[in-house]
Design a protein around this ligand. Structure first.
Ligand code: FAD
Ligand code: SAM
Length: 627
């Protein structure tokens, strides 16, 4: 495609293609990127396709090109579970990304947020495939071209050339590669002024950022920005070492991400709503990120397991609300078509609907966070409790006058930055109040704290209690499969605490609205034990009580606070120039943290977003004020 000379020494390069087909353009561009010593650090390839080919066809399509064999196998490994909309695949330790946008070109183009350096038009011929070449399509393409973006296509038809000129391209016919005699090369140079010409700061790339909060949100974002070449400082009031409690469970005050184990699975809904789409996109990203982080995390702190979701039919309104909070509408298993993500489960208990999520797993969040922060561009500063945010007023002698924001600690220390990002969960609003309390345009965020308490015990003790001859069915307590029961998951997780010889089991967590006290309470523990007693009874017919369980098991608890929003979507974005937020991950921290981080990373570095516009709007920081 002749990209080499154009992209050399750029920090990142973004390409838009119409018609992914067999993926040959993508593979050839990736191969070219690999072989170019002056390649850009990042290659973002976005391609629109109405009818994705099968994985086998990808392999067959590349069969004639030996140099593409290794790459097509890597592509094939991530080419699963594709559905309408956007999905990002990632290669080369996250340096190369492919966002596949599945849908009709004229529906997708208005959903793309971002501008591209190069464009490939690769529909079938205008006679066979008119929509790919209509003025409406080409106008949509032009709206995503950076000033001086280069466009290439094999189609040299006079009407296509005319339409390209109409939408702002200077067009040139060139000699083609056999079997084509000719091809077109075009430069985006419209007579009218572009957004970037009107505001050149849109093209500037940020060099550094300061992130407050090293939970899943902050650590994931730090990684996404660091890999884009930015220098990142992450500050947190907590110190990760020296808890000295000897407990299996880390200290209480570790933010929501301090939980000993968390589980993920896609959210499923009858109408495939925005949350369902988000969780699938986010889980796909989480999986490739874990893969890129390497084998030690995978060996000790993460396991892919199928997740059996057992839904509860609630009679009273309050528990229905609770149900809606933690899952979605009942009876879904009756309409669910099996796909790569989920399938209706074989019923072991006919009265309750069940869905088997084939893509799921559990992870120790703290190990993931440590892995994310282990990057040469990231500096972690612990024990820094931010007390106030202030604008930073530059002094005359200051060399660096780009630092507009300052954080002040409880001990009076200060740090300055050009890009300040708050990832402090439920504390985000109160921290912002220190800056914006007198600002009538301060964002209104109807966030809610929901305390959760998780209970943990030793598997061998539970087995002793159940014996002789009684075991929980393999679907419930087996390392291969997690069992998510409404808001409760009960599972045996053998690797969670490798230092303990006996595998642990977990029950929980509770959902306690408007509770910001994170002390463990006997009442919450009892609720968890009641759930465990019910699971034991439904699986083994053995009747037991929370009290009996408590008397025979050595139990520990962990509590934290989820930060949730009324529409169950996170809150992200730039609320004042250089001041950003990333919070409100609710009960789905694992499913959302990478997607939010990659979205913000792209926004901050002016790359095309991995999210469709409709989804992006659903997480905008100002959506509650606009209503
Ligand atoms: C009991 C329970 C069970 C859960 N189970 C699951 C699950 O199974 N799967 C799942 O995906 N999600 C689960 N979640 C949700 C998940 O834990 C959260 O969505 C996620 O951890 C939120 O991450 P965060 O980074 O936004 O916030 P946090 O993890 O709360 O991180 C915020 C950080 O900011 C720091 N901070 C706060 N104020 C300041 C300040 N003033 N100065 C400096 N630092 C500050 C805190 O110390 C903290 O480290 C659960 C949550 C709970 C409570
Ligand atoms: C020539 S092929 C693309 C070849 C591909 N770029 C490659 O390198 O292998 C054209 C592709 O455009 C897709 N297509 C056709 N009409 C479309 C439309 N209206 N919207 C999106 N994609 C479309 C077809 O399904 C087909 O896969």
């Amino acid at each position: 495609m002749g990209e080499n000379a154009l992209w050399q020494n750029a920090r990142s390069w973004s390409i838009l293609e119409t018609g992914f087909g067999l993926g040959l353009n993508f593979l050839a561009t990736w191969a070219q990127w690999r072989s170019d010593p002056a390649r850009p650090k990042r290659l973002n390839f976005m391609s629109i396709e109405a009818h994705p080919v099968s994985p086998d066809d990808l392999i067959k399509g590349a069969a004639h090109w030996p140099e593409l064999q290794e790459l097509v196998l890597q592509l094939r490994a991530q080419y699963w579970g594709l559905g309408e909309g956007f999905q990002t695949l990632s290669f080369e330790g996250e340096a190369v990304s492919l966002t596949l946008c599945i849908g009709d070109v004229q529906d997708i183009l208005p959903e793309i947020v971002g501008q591209f350096d190069s464009i490939f038009l690769d529909g079938f011929s205008p006679e066979r495939n008119p929509r790919m070449w209509e003025t409406l399509t080409l106008k949509g393409v032009a709206s995503h071209a950076k000033p001086h973006a280069k466009l290439a296509t094999w189609c040299v038809k006079g009407e296509v050339r005319e339409r390209l000129k109409e939408v702002g391209f200077e067009v040139q016919k060139l000699e083609g590669l056999p079997p084509k005699r000719e091809c077109l090369s075009a430069l985006y140079a419209p007579h009218w002024r572009t957004h970037e010409e009107l505001d050149p700061s849109l093209l500037s790339q940020k060099q550094e950022a300061l992130i407050v909060g090293k939970g899943l949100a902050g650590a994931s974002l730090a990684r996404s920005l660091a890999k884009r070449g930015m220098k990142i400082r992450v500050i947190d009031e907590l110190k990760s070492k020296g808890t000295g409690s000897g407990s299996q469970i880390k200290p209480l005050r570790a933010g929501a991400s301090g939980l000993p184990v968390a589980i993920f699975h896609p959210m499923d809904s009858r109408d495939d709503n925005l949350q369902s789409k988000m969780t699938r996109m986010g889980i796909r990203m989480l999986l490739w990120r874990i893969e890129h982080l390497g084998s030690s995390l995978i060996a000790t702190a993460f396991k892919r397991v199928e997740v059996l979701e057992v839904k509860k039919r609630s009679k009273n309104k309050e528990s229905q609300k609770h149900w809606d909070e933690s899952s979605n509408a009942p009876d879904r298993e009756e309409t669910l078509e099996p796909n790569d993500w989920s399938a209706p489960a074989k019923k072991t208990n006919a009265s309750r609907p069940q869905i088997l999520h084939k893509v799921g797993g559990w992870i120790r969040p703290q190990a993931l966070i440590d892995g994310l922060l282990d990057h040469p561009n990231i500096e972690v500063i612990e024990g820094f409790e931010v007390n106030a945010l202030t604008p930073h007023l530059e002094t005359e002698n200051e060399k660096d006058n780009s630092k507009h924001w300052q954080v002040v600690s409880t001990r009076g220390e200060t740090l300055q930055t050009s890009t300040l990002i708050l990832c402090v969960g439920f504390h985000t609003r109160e921290l912002l109040d220190t800056l914006l309390s007198s600002d009538s345009n301060a964002p209104a965020w109807p966030i809610q704290a929901i305390k959760g308490q998780m209970t943990l015990g030793r598997m061998h003790e539970l087995n002793e209690l159940l014996s002789p001859g009684t075991t929980l069915s393999s679907e419930v307590l087996l390392g291969k499969r997690a069992h998510v029961d409404q808001a409760t998951f009960v599972n045996q997780l053998e690797n969670v605490h490798p230092e303990h010889q006996s595998p642990s089991f977990y029950i929980g967590s509770t959902f306690e609205r408007d509770q910001i006290q994170i002390e463990n309470t006997p009442a919450s523990e009892r609720k968890n034990l009641l759930d465990l007693a019910q699971v034991i009874e439904s699986e083994t017919q053995l009747k037991t009580t929370p009290e009996a369980l408590k008397a025979s098991l050595n139990l520990e608890s962990w509590s934290g606070v989820r930060c949730t929003t009324p529409d169950r979507m996170p809150i992200v974005g730039e609320i004042r120039r250089g001041l950003w937020v990333n919070f409100g991950l609710g009960s789905r921290g694992l499913s959302l943290c990478t997607l939010m981080a990659e979205t913000l990373g792209a926004l901050i570095q002016r790359e095309p977003l991995p999210l469709a516009k409709r989804l992006f709007k659903s997480i905008q920081w100002d959506r509650f004020s606009l209503r």
